[in-house]
Design a protein around this ligand. Structure first.
Ligand code: IPM
Ligand code: MG
Length: 363
């Protein structure tokens, strides 16, 4: 029987529309093979929404997302909107979407593909075998804490303020996702904080330690964030699952991504307790190469695979896509960001076409 899914597409800005087009083609081909029918609805977010309707997250977009089974997002932002006030910038649209759908858990896998080891800036022996899952808290911490703003002091001088705060409940719910994730992987969880300086981190560490009693099969360790950043580039294979707050997770997930050669390869899933999840590449909108057919669509395509696996419970279809991506890389095809000697350089469209051929060839 055909399974029907309502998918909201948020192409956003920069290279977003180019890479989204590839992911949609891939989903349609895979849909045919596995008897899945996708009903796609495109909606505005980020700079594209600002230009069209004057705000980065129109109410229509949030409603459309809420009514769908999953949301596939590309990327938002660009120089053009950089000087707008912070609540009107494209980024505010993304943060509003995360908050609006209550997507508190962000899963960012960083796994090195054997085909891309030579694209990493680190030595082969350091990165070979790296397979890390960063579980980043996404709707709390300093991104959302109050007070926030730029205020005038008594002397008239301006003072910028953000607040890093977590309640026990917020820590516990991300902690549980992380322990469950670690349990399904190698059973090692590293919680990253700054408990030597920040009270919010002391509470974070206490709660993680308490929670660990409920997960005897998961080995919990703690690192300060500065040390964690150093260890990630010094000896990344010591990590399996990492759990951390919003800001530390933002930073560490970019660092972890680079171990794999290119941030252009990595997907992510943002999940809540019940609302549809949002699946998006870890990379940004790359305005410098937008519209030039140079973007790497693979993180977007792998995000669609993650959507199939985590959001639609179609792991076989997800794996089918992941295998096709590996096959194309195996055959030596590369976009500019992962290019190395003796490989064949392709643009975004050509990479998409090759993927489709590969998927159809396997059917
Ligand atoms: C990310 C991005 C976002 C973040 C920006 C675009 C708001 O860097 O998803 O990692 O900081 O969370
Ligand atoms: Mg980031």
């Amino acid at each position: 029987m055909t399974q029907n899914y309502r998918i909201t597409l948020l192409p956003g800005d920069g290279i977003g529309p180019e890479i989204m087009a590839v992911a949609v083609d891939v989903l349609n081909v895979v849909g045919k093979k596995f008897d899945l029918q996708f009903e796609f609805t495109e909606a505005l977010i980020g700079g594209a929404a600002i230009d069209a309707v004057g705000e980065p997250l129109p109410a229509d977009t949030l409603n459309t997302c809420r009514q769908s089974d999953a949301v596939l997002l590309a990327a938002i932002g660009g120089y053009k909107w950089d000087s707008l006030p912070s609540n009107m910038r494209p980024e505010a649209g993304l943060l509003g979407l995360r908050a609006g759908l209550n997507l508190f858990a962000n899963l960012r896998p960083a796994k090195i593909l054997p085909q891309l080891i030579d694209s990493s800036t680190l030595k082969r022996e350091i990165v070979e075998g790296v397979d890390i899952m960063v579980v980043r808290e996404l709707t709390g911490g300093i991104y959302f804490g109050k007070p926030k703003g730029i205020f005038a002091t008594e002397t008239g001088e301006k003072r910028g303020v953000n607040t890093m705060a977590y309640t026990e409940a917020e820590i516990d719910r991300i902690g549980r996702v992380a322990f469950e994730t670690a349990k399904k992987r190698s059973g090692k969880l590293c919680s990253v904080d700054k408990a030597n300086v920040l009270e919010v981190s002391q509470l974070w560490r206490d709660r993680m330690t308490q929670l660990s009693a409920e997960y005897p099969d998961v080995e919990l360790s703690h690192l300060y964030v500065d040390n964690a950043a150093m260890q990630l580039v010094r000896s990344p294979k010591q990590f399996d699952t990492i759990v951390t707050g919003n800001l530390f997770g933002d930073i560490l997930s970019d660092a972890a991504a680079m171990l794999t050669g290119s941030i252009g390869m990595l997907p992510s899933a943002s999940l809540g307790a019940s609302a549809p999840g949002v699946y998006e590449p870890v990379h940004g909108s790359a305005p410098d190469i937008a519209g030039q057919d140079k973007a790497n669509p693979l993180a977007q395509v792998l995000s669609a695979a993650m959507m199939l696996r985590y959001g639609l419970n179609q792991p076989v279809a997800a794996e089918f896509i992941e295998k096709a991506v590996l096959q194309v890389l195996e055959q030596g095809y590369r976009t500019g960001d992962i290019m190395s000697a003796d490989m064949n350089l392709l643009g975004c469209k050509a990479m998409g076409e090759l993927l489709i051929q590969t998927l159809e060839g396997r059917i």
